[in-house]
Design a protein around this ligand. Structure first.
Ligand SMILES: [Zn+2]
Length: 54
């Protein structure tokens, strides 16, 4: 387990539609591993996209 970071579920607010969305630990690990910042829009993790709100 060395080098493993512990992630907790994050609830964030979409800057496009204002809707709250969750960023799962798996997604956070993915963004971290790519060196990306966490998404500010739910569309990035398909919530908004699937509801066609953004
Ligand atoms: Zn949105």
């Amino acid at each position: 387990m060395a080098g493993k970071k512990y992630y907790k579920l994050i609830v964030s607010k979409c800057k496009e539609c204002g809707k709250e969305f969750q960023i799962s630990p798996e997604e956070q690990r993915y963004f971290d591993s790519k060196g990306f910042v966490l998404p500010k829009r739910c569309s990035i993790i398909f919530v908004c996209y699937s509801e066609r709100r953004c």
